[in-house]
Design a protein around this ligand. Structure first.
Ligand code: PPS
Length: 286
C-alpha cells in the first residue's frame, strides 16, 4: 500500500506531491524517457482539463469506440509520465502512446525536442484552477491542504505552488506556441464548443473520424458522461487516497466559479499577481 502523506518533495526547486512522485520517476521523465515520433502528450497545469483531454484522446484513438473508456482506467490509458508508475506504464507500450504530464517545460522529456511527437496543452482561467485545486486538496489526501481559502490563494500565487506554479508553467509552455507540433486548447472554449474542439484535435493529430465517431467522442466526453464513467471518475480509488465523500473529483465543471469564492480583495490580489507575472504574455480571461 502507498504511504500517503501531504508532504511535498523538492525537485530542483519544483514542488510536487511526495506520495506519487520520486526523484527517480521525475528524472526518468526528464532525462531517460525516449520520446517516439508518434507519441502524443497531454500537457496541463493541474485542474485545467487533464482528465477531459485524456478521455477525448482515448476516444479519438479508438475511432469513437467506447470499449477502452468503459474498461480501462483513464490513468492507465493516458498515464502520467512523471509519477512513480510512469516508467512501467509507458516503457513497453505499443505506439501511439498517449501520455499525460503536469511537468513544466524545463522538466519535460528532453528527448521530445529531437522528435516530431505532438503536444496538446490545455489552459484554464487560473482563478478557476485555484478554486478547483482548493477542493481537490480536500479530495486527494496527498495534496498540500489549507482549510482557509485566503491561505490557499496566497500559496497558489507564491513560489511554493506545485509544479512551479501556474504562471511560470503557462508562460513556459506558451513560449513554444508557434511550433507546428503544439496545439493549445482553452478549457473555456471547450465548454463553449466541445465538438469544434474535438474536430480541431483530430485535424492536429491527422485523425480522420467520420461524423458518427466524432459524435461518440463528444457524447462520451461531456462532464456528465465522464462523471458517470467509473473508469474515469476515480470512484475505484480507495478513500484513504481520494476521499470523494464530501467533494467529487467532478465538482462543477464550469467556467467562472471563482466568482462564488473570491472576495473583491482576493480578486485584486490575484489580478495584481497576474499583471506582474503575465505582463509580457498575450493571454487574458473573462
Ligand atoms: S487533475 O487532477 O489535474 O487531473 O484535474 P483535471 O482533470 O485537470 O481538472 C479537473 C477539473 O476539470 C473538470 N472536468 C470537466 N469540466 C468540463 N467537462 C468535462 N468533461 C470535465 N472533466 C473534468 C472537473 O470537474 C474539475 O473542475 P472543477 O472546477 O473542480 O469542477
Amino acid at each position: 500500500m502507498l504511504q500517503i502523506s501531504r508532504e511535498f518533495m523538492d525537485f530542483h526547486g519544483m514542488k510536487v506531491p511526495a506520495t506519487v512522485h520520486t526523484e527517480e520517476s521525475l528524472n526518468y521523465a526528464w532525462k531517460e524517457f525516449q520520446t517516439r515520433d508518434d507519441d502524443i502528450f497531454n500537457v496541463t497545469f493541474p485542474k485545467s482539463g487533464t482528465t477531459w483531454v485524456q478521455e477525448i484522446l482515448s476516444l479519438i484513438y479508438s475511432n469513437g469506440d467506447t470499449t477502452s473508456v468503459k474498461t480501462e482506467y483513464s490513468w492507465d490509458r493516458v498515464p502520467w509520465i512523471e509519477q512513480y508508475l510512469g516508467r512501467s506504464r509507458l516503457e513497453n507500450r505499443p505506439s501511439p502512446r498517449l501520455i499525460t504530464t503536469h511537468l513544466p517545460v524545463q522538466f519535460f522529456p528532453q528527448s521530445f525536442f529531437k522528435t516530431n511527437a505532438k503536444i496538446i496543452c490545455t489552459i484554464r482561467n487560473p482563478k478557476d484552477v485555484c478554486v478547483s485545486l482548493y477542493y481537490f486538496s480536500k479530495v486527494a489526501q496527498f495534496m498540500e491542504y489549507r482549510e482557509d481559502f485566503q491561505e490557499f490563494v496566497s500559496l497558489f500565487l507564491s513560489e511554493h505552488a506545485i509544479f512551479g506554479g501556474w504562471f511560470e508553467h503557462v508562460k513556459g509552455w506558451l513560449k513554444l506556441k508557434d511550433k507546428p507540433n503544439m496545439l493549445f486548447l482553452s478549457y473555456e472554449e471547450m465548454l463553449k464548443d466541445l465538438r469544434g474542439n474535438v474536430i480541431k484535435i483530430c485535424k492536429f493529430l491527422g485523425k480522420e473520424l467520420d461524423d458518427a465517431a466524432i459524435d461518440s467522442v463528444v457524447t462520451n466526453s461531456t462532464f456528465n458522461a465522464m462523471k458517470g464513467n467509473n473508469m474515469s471518475n476515480y470512484s475505484a480509488v480507495p478513500n484513504y487516497l481520494f476521499n470523494q465523500d464530501k467533494v467529487s473529483f467532478y465538482r462543477k465543471g464550469v467556467a467562472g466559479d471563482y466568482k462564488n469564492h473570491f472576495t473583491d480583495a482576493q480578486e485584486e490580489e490575484f489580478d495584481k499577481a497576474y499583471q506582474d507575472f503575465m505582463k509580457d504574455v498575450n493571454l487574458t480571461f473573462a
